[in-house]
Ligand binder design. Structure first.
Ligand SMILES: CC(C)(COP(=O)(O)OP(=O)(O)OC[C@H]1O[C@@H](n2cnc3c(N)ncnc32)[C@H](O)[C@@H]1OP(=O)(O)O)[C@@H](O)C(=O)NCCC(=O)NCCS
Length: 192
């Protein structure tokens, strides 16, 4: 695994319709827009206070220091209009297992256009081919159909259903675990 590939420069990614770039200090309002939308957060977590969202945001924009559990978050902008569309992120889930988890949110007015699928392909490609991870995983509640459809569309496979796995907004949900093992993984890439 090559964790040193995770730099702001390498994470400036252009796809057919989108530009992805790491969130920086100026992106708090976009981050808050997503985090305060009750519908978007329904299966993710409670709506936090402004102060707590800021704390979460400041943690997200910390430089990557190869620490497990730290989510890195990227802005997704429409190339043509420069509109902020949503965010996509990933976290180092396990150093030993060389595994990363991905997650995403899209503003409602930009939903259903395949933007997250497009951004997700780019991030999975980055993780497999530049970071050279062993595995990419994602999780969502079984009722979050849009989310698990995206997971399938970006190449992850459903690996399991976990009962009463996610407790969010006072409700217990079953969840799906999705994963993709890197077909080109090389143990030689183990040393960073
Ligand atoms: C999950 C989410 C990012 C999907 O965004 P999106 O813009 O709909 O994604 P895409 O357009 O790339 O593709 C979604 C697919 O799921 C389908 N879909 C979306 N919502 C659906 C629903 N409620 N029921 C059935 N299918 C649904 C779409 O039709 C599309 O499939 P298709 O291309 O075969 O038609 C968006 O709904 C969201 O931000 N949700 C809230 C945040 C969230 O839950 N994130 C995931 C956390 S694990």
């Amino acid at each position: 695994m090559n964790l040193s590939a995770i730099t702001p420069e390498n994470l400036n990614i252009s796809t057919d319709r989108l530009i992805l770039s790491l969130m920086t200090l100026t992106d708090l309002s976009n981050f808050s827009l997503l985090q305060t939308d009750v519908e978007l957060m329904k299966y993710i977590g409670p709506i936090l206070s402004g102060e707590d969202i800021k704390t979460k945001f400041l943690d997200r924009i910390k430089p990557f220091n190869q620490e497990e559990g730290h989510w890195l978050t990227l802005n997704i902008h429409d190339k043509e209009t420069n509109a902020f569309v949503g965010s996509i992120g990933f976290k180092l889930d396990s150093i030993i297992e060389q595994r990363f988890e991905v997650g995403y949110l899209v503003l409602k007015q930009f939903g259903g256009k395949g933007y997250i699928t497009e951004a997700g392909h780019a991030i999975v490609d980055f993780l497999l081919n530049q970071v050279m991870v062993k595995k990419v995983v994602a999780y969502c509640t079984t009722v979050n159909i849009g989310s698990w459809k995206v997971m399938g569309k970006i190449g992850l496979h459903r690996e399991g259903e976990l009962k009463s796995d996610i407790f969010v907004n006072e409700i217990w949900y079953d969840s799906y675990a999705y994963g993709l093992v890197n077909p080109n993984f090389s143990p030689a890439g183990l040393t960073d």
